[in-house]
Design a protein around this ligand. Structure first.
Ligand SMILES: C[S@@+](CC[C@H](N)C(=O)[O-])C[C@H]1O[C@@H](n2cnc3c(N)ncnc32)[C@H](O)[C@@H]1O
Length: 399
């Protein structure tokens, strides 16, 4: 991937990546990051680039810088700091230029050099703050598993967003299949390369099963992330969630990648889920959802788009009710908090339906008369005959 062609104008897939970062960080900063962070918030752009494209479109450091500026104007007392790291000299010069006002005001710091060399500095300066790291290299070999492992093991709240080139990794794996005609030296070098990327030899299982679908590759990779991140679990942060979403490209064969998101906060999962739903253009308007619920049985009155959306909403809800039943069957004696059940439901179909649709699916499964269903403990019915459910209402599975 040549530097020059990359920075001329943002490609379709880069715009989608930027939309994800912008939507997530904007909502996260407003909705929960400051509520849950004990100290301040640090955003790290580990492969920052030149800040903006040659046509003036903002790149990730400018998108993040603008969000930080908004925060400082509205809530000057909040401690939000941004670190940008960039290796390439030319890109760094431009980065300094476009971020200058924010650097002057003291909330953006640019470091020239490699992410690998500068990460310890950022970690040291972040103290107990919540840290959101965005890692967006050009190519897989620029980011070995060991490079970001310290972020996974960090004891304070950390969120990580990695651009993972699943289709390039797929191409790197193919010559390792038993039928491939490659010599021992090549095999040895490729083994070392893949071990660096995956952190160990777990990719070998994909070869043994000869199952090199993009989903299998990314799942193998995130299995390693989960294993390592679990080492960072403590009494105060007992969970870790790893979710991923594929960004499709319209042109070019090797541009398909996944965005992998690691968080220890269930709100992060819900928000990143809504972000991906938004990115795919599948987000329902919340007011429309209320109307769909009312008009579900009266479709066909001439508003074609509204009817189509109602249909899509109802289909999604029906699908999610099936997933919820599967979840119930997996742990039939568990008592679920309503919001834990929603979170589990989100994980089964990450990036497809926004949280509200999951909430409606849970409500419908509780309200329906037939089994299997979830039954609420210790709550009452509303006047319209439906159950009054809140985030902490306990639900049990009945079949
Ligand atoms: C895909 S571009 C980043 C695009 C940027 N995140 C954006 O959205 O505007 C990757 C950048 O990482 C830089 N880079 C490559 N290896 C690096 C490393 N080890 N440490 C830091 N930066 C690196 C490249 O020079 C390039 O500018």
């Amino acid at each position: 991937m040549g530097d020059t062609s990359f920075w001329a104008v943002p490609k379709d897939w880069s715009q989608r990546k930027h939309a994800v970062i912008n939507y997530y960080l904007k909502s996260a900063i407003n909705k929960f990051i400051f509520g849950s962070a004990t100290g301040g918030v640090v955003v790290l752009d580990g492969f920052a680039g030149r800040g903006e494209y040659e046509d003036g479109t903002p790149g990730s450091p400018v998108i993040i810088g603008k969000l930080a500026e908004e925060q400082f104007q509205r809530h000057p007392s909040r401690d939000l700091r941004v670190w940008n790291i960039e290796l390439n000299h030319e890109n760094f010069s431009h980065l300094i230029h476009v971020t200058e006002p924010w650097v002057q005001r003291g909330y953006v710091t640019n470091l020239q050099g490699s992410f690998q060399d500068h990460l310890p500095t950022v970690l040291k300066n972040s103290g107990q703050s919540l840290l959101f790291a965005f890692l967006d290299p050009y190519r897989p070999r620029e980011l070995a598993f060991a490079d970001f492992a310290p972020l996974l093991e960090r004891q304070s709240q950390t969120e990580l967003c990695i651009v993972f080139f699943s289709s390039i990794i797929q191409r790197h794996l193919v010559p390792m299949l038993p039928a491939a005609n490659v010599n021992d030296r090549f095999r040895q070098a490729r083994t070392e390369h893949l071990n660096r990327i995956f952190g160990d030899g777990r990719w070998q299982r994909l070869i043994d099963k000869e199952s090199l679908s993009l989903d299998n590759i990314v799942e193998c990779y995130i299995e390693g992330i989960l294993d390592r991140a679990r080492l960072g679990c403590t009494r105060w942060q007992p969970d870790v969630f790893v979710c991923y979403h594929q960004i499709y490209a319209r042109v070019g064969k090797d541009k398909k990648y996944h965005i992998i998101f690691v968080t220890r906060h269930i709100d992060g999962v819900e928000l990143m889920n809504d972000t991906f739903v938004h990115e795919s253009g599948l987000l329902f308007n919340e007011d429309d959802i209320k109307k769909f619920e009312k008009s579900g049985r009266q479709m066909g009155f001439g508003f074609e788009e509204f009817d189509q959306n109602t249909q899509r909403f109802n289909d999604g809800k029906t699908q999610l009710m099936q997933y919820l039943i599967e979840i119930g069957r997996r742990e039939p004696s568990r008592k679920w908090l309503r919001d834990d059940l929603i979170a589990e439901s989100i994980k089964t179909s990450f990036g497809k339906y926004q949280k509200t649709v999951h909430r409606h699916a849970v409500q419908s499964l509780v309200d329906q008369h037939s089994l299997p269903k979830f039954k609420p403990v210790d709550t009452k019915k509303k006047r319209d005959g439906t159950w009054q459910l809140g985030p902490k209402t306990l639900l049990v599975f009945e079949q």
